[in-house]
Design a protein around this ligand. Structure first.
Ligand code: AMP
Ligand code: MG
Length: 500
């Protein structure tokens, strides 16, 4: 049984302008809550050690292992459309970088971070802690998103403590150990740009290119403009994933945007239940700035901020605008690709966007549950006839999701005819592909709330059961159907804010 010793410090080599070194603040009487075995394996960690007392103390901030070099990084950002000035890792501590099984790639090493490990010079008014409730949500969501195939930071383990933390009420503290190739945000670039620290700005951009986007130097042209374009491309893919699975981030501030196009900082996020394009999951977002349907445009707004920040490294403003231009076509193309896959369409036709739009309008009109709709549609696809326009009997289960069957009755034959036009259409192959694209299970708010309530009473079994099922979201596990049911009525009244 052995602790990891090969801690890398590539980020630390950027120099002290980028961070403050400090140890975590110990948390009294820590206990284990959960581990991610899939991530432990990817990091090649000794699983026996990962469940040891030493690991418990390490990942709750009570022990610094030989080779670690804890630090908090500094960044700034735009919050809710306004320049917020300096922010930084107010409660996250970076421990070092562990090697992965992919040595010659951008994933050669992953940064390991503790979230909730105490105050830092960037804590401002905060206490440097994270509460159990929000830590459970971040832990589960990180690993659930990964299992869905959505780019995300990961979560290795979760520890709890009896230490009291004051939010709206008194709660207890917890620490999530996060992992990602890096945690660099748009806000890191904005920080140095805004202060006129162009040497640091260039060093940071070179760091990101050298380690994560080496292709930006392979062709002629300004590498920083290419970096911007590459980040925009990844962001387009990310947001297309979010929209297709009904995920609302909730706080798309520039300090929560990953330069690698990962889902980052799980706060008041939500997987939508009933489909509503205007849905706002963050109770603190009174203007609806980060409503579901606005996410693609907000991502562009954030990329524009990143472009502004990188201007000192580019020839002129036009170069930044040109680098962002492809986003405007890449995002809709990426989304349509995902929607086509959800509908079982293996090729592209000009009318596909109109077909998708008609469906989403029908879902929105009655707030039909998005996850359940696409799952039932996938099962129904298996029974579609190869040619005739006869309605498949299994489509009744889809129609039954609508109070007014007429709301979907015009759309279903259009979809059926569209599928039948595909070369060598096979109902069973189509259904299989759709079942691998449309999840059976997503981390709905009420599922999170239920396991949180048990965890707050010291019972972690429901959390582990949910975690297990979320690892295979496209499979309906036996005896787990309750997790995929429509949400109970009380789910509508869950209000999740920035408080965490
Ligand atoms: P967030 O809204 O979680 O993305 O956080 C925005 C900023 O506030 C970041 O700089 C965080 O590090 C900081 N922050 C949030 N909560 C706390 C806390 N309890 N203690 C210290 N800093 C915090
Ligand atoms: Mg944040």
């Amino acid at each position: 049984m052995s602790a990891p010793t090969d801690w890398g410090h590539r980020f630390a080599r950027l120099g002290p302008a980028f961070y403050t070194e400090l140890p975590p603040t110990p948390l009294p009487a820590p206990h284990w809550i959960a581990h991610s075995r899939p991530l432990a394996r990817e990091l090649g960690l000794d699983e026996e050690w990962l469940r040891s007392e030493e690991a418990l103390h390490t990942f709750s901030g009570n022990r610094v292992l030989p080779g670690m070099r804890p630090l908090a990084s500094v960044y700034s950002g735009h919050q809710f459309g306004h320049w917020a000035g300096q922010l930084g890792d107010g409660r996250a501590l970076f421990l070092g970088e562990l090697p992965t099984a992919h040595p010659d790639t951008a994933h050669a090493r992953w940064e390991i971070q503790l979230k909730g490990a105490g105050r830092t010079p960037y804590s401002r008014m905060g206490d440097g802690r994270a509460v159990l409730r929000s830590s459970i949500r971040e832990f589960l969501a990180s690993e659930a998103m990964h299992a869905l195939g959505v780019p995300t930071t990961r979560a290795l383990c979760l520890t709890g403590s009896t230490a009291k933390v004051q939010r709206e009420t008194v709660e207890t503290a917890a620490v999530v150990t996060r992992a990602a190739p890096n945690f660099i945000r748009f806000g890191h670039f904005e920080h140095f740009s805004h202060r006129g620290q162009h040497t640091e700005l260039r060093a940071l951009a070179d760091f990101v290119i050298d380690h994560f986007y080496p292709e930006c130097r392979h062709t002629d042209g300004n590498p920083y403009a290419q970096l911007l374009q590459a980040v925009a491309h990844r962001t387009a893919e990310l947001v297309a994933h979010w929209q297709a699975v009904g995920f609302c981030h909730g706080v798309m501030n520039t300090d929560n945007m990953s330069v690698l196009g990962l889902t980052l900082d799980y706060g008041p996020f939500q997987f939508m239940d009933g489909f509503d394009p205007h849905h706002v999951c963050n109770h603190s977002d009174t203007q609806g700035r980060y409503a579901y349907a606005r996410q693609p445009n907000v991502a562009y707004w954030n990329l524009f901020c990143l472009g502004q920040a990188l201007l000192p490294l580019m020839d002129d403003q036009q170069q930044a605008l040109d680098a962002l231009e492809p986003y405007k076509t890449e995002f809709p193309a990426a989304l349509q690709r995902r929607m086509n896959a959800k509908l079982g369409l293996s090729n592209h036709e000009d009318n596909d966007p109109a077909l998708t739009e008609a469906l989403m309008q029908a879902l929105a009109r009655e707030r039909v549950d998005m996850t359940i709709f696409f799952r039932r549609l996938s099962h129904a696809a298996a029974t579609l006839p190869a040619r005739t326009s006869e309605p498949a009997p299994a489509l009744d289960s889809v129609r039954d999701l609508f109070v007014q069957h007429s709301a979907i009755d015009a759309w279903l034959p259009r979809w059926q005819a569209r599928l039948q036009r595909q070369l060598n259409f096979s109902a069973s192959t189509t259904a299989q592909q759709m079942l691998r694209t449309n999840p059976h299970l997503v981390l709905r708010n009420h599922l999170g709330e239920t396991v949180i309530q048990h965890a707050q009473q010291g019972d972690f079994a429901p959390l582990h059961r949910l975690q297990h099922a979320l690892q295979t979201p496209y499979d309906a596990l036996p005896d787990h159907d309750d997790l995929a049911d429509s949400p109970p009525n009380w789910a509508q009244h869950i209000a999740i804010s920035c408080s965490s």
